[in-house]
Ligand binder design. Structure first.
Ligand SMILES: Cc1cc2nc3c(=O)[nH]c(=O)nc-3n(C[C@H](O)[C@H](O)[C@H](O)COP(=O)(O)OP(=O)(O)OC[C@H]3O[C@@H](n4cnc5c(N)ncnc54)[C@H](O)[C@@H]3O)c2cc1C
Length: 413
């Protein structure tokens, strides 16, 4: 279906407008364009991937889809509530949305719901891997993509046992994962020689990485060149009013665009946008940080997640990207220097020689749009309108499959 350049009619109306040019919006635009629709992507930012997708952990974590609300949360709750967990913290609020979300989150932390949610995301991850493979067979997209595999490090034997139980469940779904002893893990990834107190490691050999910013920029260019996809940046959508043949989209500064259909991929801001249109979305920002630096003397080749510290390390081109920290309910994406330093300190404790910690290239913070179940919300909400939001910790991983699902939902008769 490549090579078909879509143009808008004289009246400027397009078949579908995608609100938000993060990984979810860009993947959704591709799903629409490859179906032959005329597409416009709008964003209030000056370019693609300026929100949560900018410098995330870069993991395409197709096998490790464990939901954030897990049964192990209960034993950690007092520490988290008192602000003593360095990786996971709460920005407490009496706001009804925060309380509603918190209660729903805790209700998902049962063994049965954890399993259901993890498997629901696993299914979407498999679709996403398939959709990504199909895209890359069709188009040459340069985004520092590689498949180094991934190791999850466990120091607590009980946590390792729980993880091993999920490995057994996921094997039934064809997922390639195994539990390794520390010695087996170091044999595969010598950088783990620097990690202390390991009980064991979950190895997912087919896991991938890629730079989400490069991906969004490159795929958007491809869509513009091969599919005639249009963009309108610096357009902050304020309202979408029904019109005879679709919607009139009005920006905060009064500009107007026309579209037959709409998909909201507005990340954490989808809450405010949807509320104006009478829809309540259960999304909470979970703020995280990343930094990018040159690799150190003992930098891992395999992506590493330190499950105690909730940190991820990966090679991205000739750099090392480290991401982590989860602050539930923080609505500001500004970098707090103390938190950024905490991330560096925790990374240094975890793998002391993985990066050149004293010469960091860049630090970043972003807001993960999180649902209480960790399962994204992808559905038609009214005729000709769909939402594709709430991808939390795994938006980059789930983007391609989510785009396909959103389009299927939007086009259902
Ligand atoms: C520290 C960190 C590490 C992470 N690591 C990983 C990882 O390793 N692997 C993984 O799979 N995921 C990871 N994630 C999660 C992933 O980054 C997110 O789930 C994903 O980026 C969400 O994408 P999105 O497109 O929904 O949101 P965004 O990227 O935030 O895009 C939403 C867009 O909507 C635009 N917008 C909002 N409101 C309006 C409006 N009114 N008008 C116009 N435009 C609007 C915004 O400007 C923004 O560009 C990480 C996240 C963080 C913060």
């Amino acid at each position: 279906m490549t090579g078909v350049a879509h143009i808008t009619g004289d009246d400027g109306i397009v078949d579908v407008t995608v609100v938000g040019a993060g990984v979810i919006g860009i993947a959704t635009a591709y799903a629409a364009a490859r179906r032959g629709m005329s597409v416009r992507v709008i964003d209030r930012a000056a370019g693609p991937a300026m929100g949560a997708s900018f410098a995330n952990g870069a993991q395409l974590s197709y096998a490790y889809t464990e939901s954030m609300a897990s049964p192990s949360l209960w034993s950690k709750l007092p520490t988290i509530a008192l602000g003593r967990d360095r990786a996971l913290s709460m920005r407490w609020s009496l706001d009804p949305d925060f309380l509603r979300w918190g209660i729903a989150f805790l209700r998902n932390a049962t063994p049965a719901r954890f399993r259901t949610n993890t498997l629901a995301v696993l299914e979407l991850a498999a679709e996403s891997r398939g959709a990504m493979d199909a895209l890359l067979r069709q188009h040459n997209i340069d985004f520092q993509h590689s498949a180094p595999g991934k190791m999850h490090l466990y120091r607590d034997p009980t946590a390792l046992e729980d993880a091993a139980a999920m490995v057994a469940v996921k094997r039934e779904y064809g997922v390639e994962q195994s539990v390794l002893s520390p010695r087996q893990a170091v044999a595969l990834e010598p950088a783990l020689a620097g990690a202390t107190g390991l009980a064991g490691v979950v190895h997912s050999p087919a896991e991938e990485v890629g730079d989400p910013l490069r991906f969004c920029v490159a795929l958007l260019e491809t869509m513009q060149a091969d599919y005639g996809v249009m963009t309108c940046f610096n357009f902050e959508l304020a309202s979408a009013s029904p019109a005879n043949d679709g919607f009139i989209l009005t920006s905060r500064d009064g500009r107007r665009l026309r579209s037959r259909k709409l998909v909201s991929c507005a990340g954490v801001d989808a809450v405010a946008l949807s509320r104006r249109n009478g829809l309540r979305l259960p999304l909470m920002p979970v703020k995280g940080y990343s930094f990018t630096a040159a690799p150190g003397a003992l930098a891992p080749e395999v992506s590493i997640t330190d499950t105690d510290r909730k940190l991820v390390f990966c090679r991205l081109g000739d750099k090392l990207r480290v991401a982590g920290l989860a602050e539930v309910g923080n609505h500001s994406s500004a970098v707090d220097p103390q938190r950024a330093e905490r991330l560096v300190a925790m990374a240094r404790e975890s793998l002391p020689d993985a990066a050149t910690y004293d010469a960091i290239d860049s630090t970043w913070a972003g807001l993960r749009p999180m649902t209480p179940s960790s399962v994204p919300i992808i559905r038609r909400v009214r005729p000709n309108v769909a939402v594709n939001v709430g991808h939390g910790m795994l938006g980059w991983t789930l983007a391609m499959g989510s785009g396909e699902r959103a389009m299927d939902a939007l086009l259902v008769k």
